[in-house]
Design a protein around this ligand. Structure first.
Ligand code: COA
Length: 529
């Protein structure tokens, strides 16, 4: 394979300025991360620790193999919402390695309103289960939760993707032979009782874990019976009388060891892939900071980004001289083969055809696909409509939706309009979707949306008319706020924000976890010719 030769002057004023602007955005993101991870309410942490309990992230550290990374998902979920009273939406989720096997971990954070579920917490829990389902990964629940956050009941209880979906998903995962283990380290009340009860095996910590459909106050109100939580549904009751749990643990450390032992008995039916020795890119990942599209009006050659992500900067480009606004080609990331689609401008008919063709190649060769999104959308105008841009764009959208190999999407710049769909946006079920901190996502840019709305309302007025300007200003401001990566990640439109320098590792982990199931055979629908 040929190496990409970079044409970037890393000493140029433009590069240095971009890096400075980017680092400001990145540092603000790191500050928010710190705030969420280390800023848990001191009184709640003190109370929690006084019970001899570990924090959610400490539990995960003990559960996973030593010196292995934990790919935490959506750490900034619910950021800027609920007066920031729900750090990480009250639940820590991610992918960790246990006995060398990638495992989805879902851990309630009981220091956040008793580990109760708000809308974003439920979305996060369901998303982690979807990842387990899509990749056939075992799933561990570290349960310590008071169930639904009662004041928000209308947003968390009745609908299809609300609290009930957690248990529906458990049944579906189980039927797909995905192992699920619960470690009960605190409360599992009401619906929450089904999490351990629907798991393959459940461990419960003595004098700490409780499982019941109705807690002591409810029992008292309903039947007049007075009983303690331990007597009603403590560890001894469930491991020796009811059979709701299978293993009694003296403390959290033992509970986590038992969980690890259980997972050592499971063998995934893995997809074979030719992994080659890892080679670092020929160009430093730090240079991505000078390249990350901070100013979305400025065009960037995606090959420069690819050169700083793939092994040895080797890239076997496909159709290099045809449809140059979509770059396609094969490479390796941390030794894993990968097919890459990356934007270098708007999508034309030819770019769509090239993309669909390339996706078919990846599916036939069983090579996972990486989408590097930086896209303003499809080309518009009479000429292109008459040539059938909608028909050709549809082919790419078909191919993306039905690709039989794993898809990993990283939004490195803009993600606007149908370009988001054609490049494996959230609705197209990529196995993982991450944003760089500078990335922006919305149906169109704020300026364009404001222009469209002004055109509809004041067709005959010039752009600088005060009425037009008054209409446009709040639209632009709204799009600016709602399009930011932090707004997206708070609402779980992505799996998290990543530092560009970590892209290689994150993509490699995504590919590694996708190997826990056999990739399917390619099967596409009707391509309108
Ligand atoms: N809805 C809303 N808030 C809840 C809640 C719920 N279901 N459960 C707990 N909280 C809040 C508490 O009000 C408290 O908030 P604060 O810190 O701002 O005062 C915080 O969570 C911690 O609760 P607390 O009771 O002080 O902690 P604890 O460790 O002693 O007990 C529970 C935790 C979860 C065992 C206990 O709060 C409880 O039993 N909650 C009710 C559970 C329930 O019946 N759920 C049914 C819903 S499906």
């Amino acid at each position: 394979m040929k190496r990409i030769v970079s044409n970037i002057d890393t000493t140029s004023g433009e590069f240095v300025q971009n890096k400075e602007n980017f680092l400001e955005i990145r540092d603000a993101y790191h500050e928010k991360l710190k705030e969420v991870i280390h800023g848990l309410r001191a009184d709640a942490v003190k109370k929690h620790k006084a019970k001899g309990k570990l924090l959610a992230r400490e539990r995960i550290d003990l559960l996973i193999d030593e010196k292995t990374p934990f790919l935490e998902l959506s750490t900034l979920a619910a950021y800027g919402m609920y007066d920031n009273n729900f750090p990480s939406a009250g639940v820590v989720t991610g992918i960790g390695v246990i006995h060398g096997k990638e495992t989805v971990i879902i851990a309630n954070d009981a220091t956040v309103k008793g580990g109760t579920y708000i809308e974003e917490g439920i979305k996060k829990h369901i998303r982690a289960q979807e990842i387990a389902l899509q990749n056939k990964l075992p799933c561990v629940y570290l349960v310590d939760s008071g169930g639904v956050f009662l004041p928000e009941q209308a947003k968390v209880f009745p609908d299809r993707f609300h609290f009930g979906r957690l248990f529906y998903n458990q049944a579906k995962l189980s039927a797909m032979q995905v192992p699920q283990i619960s470690v009960v380290m605190g409360s599992c009340t009401a619906g929450g009782a089904y999490i351990p009860a629907m798991s393959d095996e459940t461990i419960i910590v003595k004098n700490q874990g409780t499982i019941f459909i109705g807690g002591p106050p409810l029992v008292k109100a309903a039947t007049g019976e007075t009983i303690t939580a331990e007597e009603l549904g403590g560890a001894l009751v469930h491991t020796s009388e009811s059979g709701v749990a299978d293993h009694l643990a003296e403390d959290e450390g033992e509970a986590l060891r038992i969980c690890r032992d259980i997972l050592s008995t499971y063998t995934p039916d893995r997809q074979k892939i030719d992994r080659i020795p890892i080679e670092e890119p020929a160009y430093s990942a730090e240079e991505l900071y000078g390249l990350a599209p901070v100013n979305l009006r400025k065009s960037i050659d995606a090959r420069e980004i690819i050169a700083r992500i793939v092994d040895g900067s080797y890239f076997h480009e496909f159709k290099k001289n045809y449809a140059p606004t979509l770059i396609t080609g094969f490479a390796h990331i941390m030794g894993y083969p990968v097919g890459i689609l990356a934007n270098k401008g708007v999508l034309f008919s030819e770019s769509s055809l090239k993309g669909a063709h390339f996706i078919q190649l990846c599916c036939q060769r069983k090579i996972p696909i990486l989408f590097l999104q930086n896209i303003t959308g499809f080309i518009v105008g009479k000429k292109y409509e008459h040539q059938g841009i909608a028909r050709d764009g549809a082919k790419l959208v078909h191919a993306v939706a039905n690709a039989s190999v794993p898809k990993i999407t990283v939004i490195i710049g803009g993600s606007f309009g149908a370009g988001n769909y054609a490049m494996a946006g959230r609705a197209f079920d990529p196995n993982l979707l991450f944003m760089w901190p500078n990335a922006k996502i919305s149906v169109m840019g704020g300026e364009q949306a404001a222009k469209v709305l002004a055109q509809i309302k004041y067709e005959n007025l010039p752009d600088d008319d005060p009425k037009v300007m008054e209409l446009k200003r709040p639209v632009i401001e709204k799009y600016e706020k709602e399009g930011a990566a932090i707004y997206s990640t708070a609402r779980l439109w992505d799996d998290g924000i990543i530092d560009p320098a970590d892209t290689r590792k994150v993509v490699a982990m995504g590919i590694a976890m996708s190997l826990n199931r056999k990739y399917g055979k390619p099967s596409f629908g009707v391509f309108r010719m």
